[in-house]
Design a protein around this ligand. Structure first.
Ligand code: GLN
Length: 493
């Protein structure tokens, strides 16, 4: 039999439907791949026994559904990975932080509940930056995730969804859940030659997803192809009364949008996304992307998003502010780690000092500072006003175009340890991705090329709020034109 881990999710679902192989066979092949990939450190918790049980149940369900003439679930029997930020009932969920200890949620996040109802087989919980704060997966208290792509030394897979990206790129799972607060789906996708989409804010429920910055956090998939990402998002998205910011709207048929013509589509090129010091290769790739979309029938228009340069500073005020509030609940009283002190305040202090890593403590301090009396107006309120300006820039751009094409990141994946002691350089990774979070817009990263060192590079499509359909159309046109099929050499097994 061919190597089942090399299949796309779409092909694996087809293969099971045709009876070419079972979910048990597919799952076993992926478990074997996971067992041989310890060096990548992509998973925090393996749930292989559970996966085998779920696969067996899925095969049985398929037989009985077939008999009754019904349709199987959208993800029936597909072995997938779940970022360890999604609460999973009875399975350790720790957000890669020591402070959550061995917390086993008594409930399931709405997104993973949707996927389970659609037949997902869960291989395990994927590593990430602690509380999803980071751009390289080096802030995890479970150690860094390693990118399957290499250049004489270990490279980062991006962050915070580095485990998801690394596992998909290395064919350890057919797809994975991820979250994106400032770029954590799209940047790791770009760094690993995978596809990652952050939908419109409110499309996927945040209920049961460990909170980082609630007004920016949004779930989405990392997948091998644009179509696979549509299949996954179709299952993950949907209204949920348990999340007050969830959008009460039908989930459109995004899978059909993949491969549809982009003739006449207007693609905007924002001039402010040309930044000083960006490698020429990325600039050239962007130009190539413009040509590809033009050849596919799109019309290119040049647009301006004048407040772009304020996006990163605004993000690094708003995100830490919300994080400092969200993380106040980890006090050693209810769950997770508790380190006794001399008195109550001492217990709080010791628990939080020992439980949180350096980057998380930095964010809590920045957040507390910008929200404190006297500084609130100068920083937090100001950042919120900038956020409105950024959203207005996009609204003006939509008068001229249907979607935007930009690079996903200002660089290719870098070496482990290279930027870890320089937070500002690290924060610059998010320069092209944070704008979509601040404005709540959908954005996708598509792998299109290898750089001179043989490392993957991605381009990003940003769309109007709720218009994932156009995003998927443009992304699959890019994917078709680029024909990116490169895979990393398998050095880890
Ligand atoms: N890298 C950004 C940060 O560190 C974004 C993280 C994310 O999207 N979760 O905040």
């Amino acid at each position: 039999m061919t190597d089942l881990t090399k299949l796309t999710l779409a092909d694996a679902l087809d293969g099971m439907a045709k009876g070419d192989f079972s979910s048990v066979e597919l799952t076993d092949a992926h478990i074997k791949a996971c067992e041989g990939a310890g060096k990548l450190n992509a998973f925090i918790t393996d749930t292989h026994d559970l996966a085998r049980e779920q696969a067996k149940a899925s095969d049985a369900r398929r037989v009985s559904i077939k008999k009754s003439g019904g349709t199987v679930g959208k993800l029936e029997g597909a072995p997938l990975g779940v970022k360890d930020l999604f609460c999973t009932e009875g399975v350790k969920t720790c957000a890669a932080s020591k402070i959550l200890g061995d917390f086993q949620p008594p409930y399931e996040s709405s997104v993973t509940a949707n996927m389970k109802a659609d037949g997902m087989v869960m291989l395990g919980k994927l590593n990430l930056d602690e509380f999803a704060m980071g751009s390289s997966n080096e802030t995890s208290s479970y150690g860094p995730v390693i990118n399957p792509w290499r250049k004489n030394e270990d490279l980062v897979p991006g962050g915070s969804s580095g485990g998801s990206a690394s596992a998909v790129a290395a064919d350890l799972c057919l797809g994975a859940t991820a979250t994106d607060t400032g770029g954590s789906i799209r940047q790791p996708a770009s760094f690993t030659g995978t596809v990652g989409i952050k939908p419109t804010y409110g499309r996927c429920s945040r209920w049961g997803v460990v909170a980082f910055a609630s007004s920016l956090d949004q779930a989405g998939p990392i997948a091998k192809t644009v179509k696979d990402s549509a299949i996954l998002l179709q299952s993950m998205a949907g209204y949920d009364a348990k999340d007050s910011t969830s959008l009460d709207l039908e989930v459109p048929d995004w899978v059909s949008a993949c491969g549809a013509s982009i003739k006449g589509m207007k693609i905007g090129i924002p001039k402010e996304y040309t930044i000083e010091g960006m490698p020429k290769e990325i600039e050239d790739l962007w130009q190539q992307g413009i040509k590809w979309l033009e050849e596919a029938g799109a019309e290119i228009v040049h647009v301006s998003l004048p407040h772009t340069k304020y996006a990163l500073p605004a993000y690094y005020v708003v995100a830490p502010a919300e994080a400092s509030s969200n993380l106040a609940r980890y006090d050693g009283m209810r769950y997770g780690l508790r380190v006794e002190g001399e008195n109550l305040a001492g217990t709080y202090e010791r628990t939080r000092t020992e439980g949180f890593g350096a980057e998380v403590r930095r964010r809590i301090m920045i957040g507390t500072y910008v929200l404190s009396a006297g500084y609130y107006d100068a920083y937090y309120l100001r950042a919120q006003k900038v956020r409105t300006k950024i959203a207005d820039d996009f609204k003006a751009a939509w008068e001229q175009c249907d979607a935007l094409l930009t690079p996903t990141c200002p660089s290719a994946p870098f070496a482990v340890g290279r930027k870890v002691n320089d937070p500002i350089t690290m924060y610059l990774n998010d320069i092209f991705t944070v704008t979509a979070n601040l404005a709540g817009l959908p954005g996708i990263s598509v792998p299109v090329s290898l750089d001179k060192d043989g490392l993957p590079l991605g381009l990003q499509i940003i769309g109007r709020a709720l218009d994932e359909e156009t995003v998927f159309k443009a992304a699959s046109a890019l994917e078709d034109a680029a024909g990116f099929t490169a895979k990393p050499e398998k050095w880890w097994a």
